[in-house]
Design a protein around this ligand. Structure first.
Ligand code: UGA
Length: 425
């Protein structure tokens, strides 16, 4: 079903959703305060790197545009998706200021619009936020009533960085949390061409589904890492265990790859936010606290294993393959390579690193750490020992023979090293 859609926030959720809605036939106008992003989108070029995104944007240029002007975008649309970021606060909670400001702006514009308009929250917000915080702001600034004069829904995203466009177009499910029936029906029609279950919920249940999904996936990884730590002690290969366990349909094999843990912009932010929210609401999150603890110790296991072979790291050349939190991205947010490199620095090692995409980001974020940035993965192999921290394709065919390799991500070829240790196998 085609619609005129405004998308506020051209970050990775907004631009991917906007581009995919355009591909599916809707007319999309992206609103962003960043004029550079707006210019880039209007030239048919994505402001971020995501697989397939440039191709979608350039193929459907007639159906997707960008502007800094909220008013014209919202007036010309029937639905507005709110896709701005909700970054972490120091206490683990989330900063709602961008979402609140956007909703305020939308409210002010709705005040002067005579027709029905649906506001859809796609930003990741804690349970209760749409109902208790955003709805009152919309009503205050629009001087209108939700459900009577405008619609309000919550439609979380489940997009992985790097494959976000694919994930948008091939979802496992679509969750529509709604305040009112009319906006629910509008979204159901918008998504009617998708061949997947559509779940209809309350606003707060939709918000919780997003958090529970990410928390469960993070838990699954920490769980297999804990099992992996036991396996390592008794000489069992955790990957054989994961294969055997994962065939149970109730469990599934996905996200049972043990290693040095989860990073990125989503799992750490969302898991800590739910822990913080639980505390603020008088609950204590026993499982999630431990999920985070396991994830915190996991990367340092790599250094412990390294010290089994080189007890004193002072002055030793230690190579690190990979800085990105996962392959195919330049994102280093909460990358497991960070605590490893900090620990190596503390131990006085001379660090050599290589990452195909993330070295600039690392240099920028850690200008004071003394690191030798190599121009190729091969150059890193000329170290006293090598740690594998991100499983980039180009690391899969290197010649590891004669090396000491400590593997945090299960790289089969590295098993040919002179000394090879896997973190959980
Ligand atoms: C994650 C979720 O997978 C998406 O569904 C969600 O929409 C997104 O967060 C979000 O909330 O926006 P993403 O952070 O892009 O996506 O990354 P993942 O591919 O899920 O990987 C996260 C981390 O877990 C990476 O550091 C990865 O190396 C690690 N991981 C993943 C493992 O250690 N083992 C596994 O088996 C799988």
């Amino acid at each position: 079903m085609q619609k005129n859609i405004a998308v506020v926030g051209a970050g990775y959720v907004g631009i991917v959703s906007g581009a995919c809605f355009a591909k599916l036939g809707s007319n999309v106008i992206c609103v962003d305060v960043d004029e550079k992003k707006v210019e880039s989108i209007n030239k048919g070029k994505a402001p971020i790197y995501e697989l397939d995104l440039d191709e979608i944007l350039s193929s459907y240029r007639d159906r997707i545009h960008a502007t800094i002007d909220y008013k014209s975008a919202i007036e010309g649309s029937e639905i507005t998706f709110v896709c701005v970021g909700t970054p972490s606060l120091k206490d683990g909670g989330i900063d709602l200021s961008y979402v609140k400001q956007v909703v305020k702006n939308i409210g002010r514009i709705l005040k002067d619009i005579d027709k029905w308009h649906d506001v859809v929250i796609k930003s990741t917000v804690l349970p209760g936020t749409s109902q208790n915080i955003l709805l009152p702001i919309l009503e205050k600034y629009s001087e209108k009533k939700a459900g009577k004069d405008f619609g309000l829904s919550m439609n979380p995203e489940f997009l992985r960085e790097g494959t976000a466009a694919y994930d948008f177009l091939n979802p496992d499910r679509i969750v529509i949390g709604s305040f009112d029936n009319k906006s629910k029906e509008v979204l159901k029609k918008l998504y009617s061409d998708f061949d997947c279950p559509i779940i209809e919920t309350s606003l707060s249940a939709a918000e919780m589904i997003k958090y529970a999904s990410n928390c469960f996936l993070g838990t699954k990884i920490s769980f297999i890492n804990e099992i992996g730590n036991f396996c390592k002690e008794i000489g069992v290969d955790t990957y054989e265990v994961a294969d055997g366990v994962g065939l149970d349909k109730r469990i599934g094999r996905a996200f049972l790859n043990s290693g040095i843990g989860w990073g990125g912009s989503c799992f750490p932010k969302d898991i800590n936010a739910l822990i913080c929210w639980a505390k603020q609401n008088g609950y204590s999150s026993k499982i999630l606290d431990d999920v985070v603890k396991v994830n915190d110790i996991q990367p340092l296991k790599l250094v412990e294993l390294l010290k089994k072979h080189i007890p004193n790291l002072k002055g030793k050349k230690i190579g690190v393959l990979g800085l990105a939190f996962k392959p195919n991205t330049d994102d280093i947010r909460e990358s497991r390579a960070i605590p490893i490199i900090l620990k190596l620095t503390e131990e006085g090692a001379q660090i050599k690193v290589y990452d195909p995409k993330a070295m600039d980001n690392f240099k920028q974020q850690f200008p004071n750490i003394k690191i030798h940035y190599c121009s190729s993965a091969d150059e890193v192999l000329g170290s006293d020992a090598v740690l594998i921290t991100t499983i980039w394709d180009e690391f899969k065919n290197l010649d590891y023979s004669g090396k000491i390799v400590i593997d945090g991500r299960r790289l089969e070829k590295a098993k040919s090293a002179k000394i090879y240790e896997g973190v959980c196998w």
